[in-house]
Write a protein that binds this ligand. Structure first.
Ligand code: CA
Length: 224
């Protein structure tokens, strides 16, 4: 569940935001002044901040600047200031988005979802490389040097993805199966072995290098 901190001194607005965000499945905390907001923002883990600008204790602009020095979490500013210069200034200070009061709560939720989607995308890189092997999550393709491996199936792709994400780790057949098939492993190893063998054959069309190592009695890992 994503956790959001709202820093807003008008309690009725803060409560309204909190109620709707909770209904949309977010966990929400509120602080009513800038200094308390800053303390909370740096001492707890949040996924997103919603900041008002005109705050007692510390102006939202200053709070934003200080938060930006500490972390890279998405910040949406919600404020009554609606001059273009205010907006430009607030983006320059590191806000990710800006909503003017009065606002539609549905829009706030939609904008939060966009920010969280970006955040999650940034965390997972599209590319993983291992030696000459390259996996492209966006294109859903595997390359060796720059040559694409033909006809990689969904499961074969997932198996390589898991092994390449943790190149030193030995994975049990059970772990690999549950990751690639997204269903419980019923002790039947032949399906996985066939898929591994197919991956090896497909890679072999391009390279002599063996990438997958069988760890007898356990499962598979990438060859060092
Ligand atoms: Ca205010």
């Amino acid at each position: 569940m994503s956790k959001i901190l709202i820093v807003e001194d008008e309690e009725s607005i803060a409560e309204l935001e909190k109620d709707y965000l909770e209904l949309s499945g977010f966990e929400v905390e509120i602080e009513n002044d800038g200094e308390a907001g800053l303390k909370r923002a740096i001492s707890e883990e949040f996924d997103l901040f919603i900041l008002d600008l005109m705050l007692p204790g510390m102006p939202g602009e200053e709070l934003l600047t200080l938060i930006r020095k500490k972390c890279d979490i998405p910040v949406i500013v919600i404020t009554a200031k609606d001059e273009l210069d205010d907006k430009i200034d607030i983006f320059a200070k590191g806000a990710d988005d800006y909503i003017t009061k009065p606002f539609e709560i549905k829009e706030v939720i939609a904008r939060i979802q966009v920010q969280l989607r970006h955040k999650n995308k940034d965390m997972v890189s599209d590319l993983i490389t291992y030696g000459k092997l390259r996996l492209d999550r966006k294109a859903h393709r595997i390359y060796i040097s720059d040559e694409a491996v033909d006809c990689i199936t969904k499961q074969e792709f997932s198996i390589l993805e898991l092994l390449m994400e943790h190149p030193k780790q030995v994975f049990s057949k059970e772990d690999i199966f549950e990751y690639a098939w997204d269903e419980p492993y019923m002790g039947e190893t032949k399906t996985l072995d066939v898929h591994i063998s197919n991956i090896r054959k497909k890679l072999k069309k391009i390279t002599e290098t063996e990438y997958i190592e069988t760890v007898w009695g356990i499962g598979y890992k990438l060859k060092e």
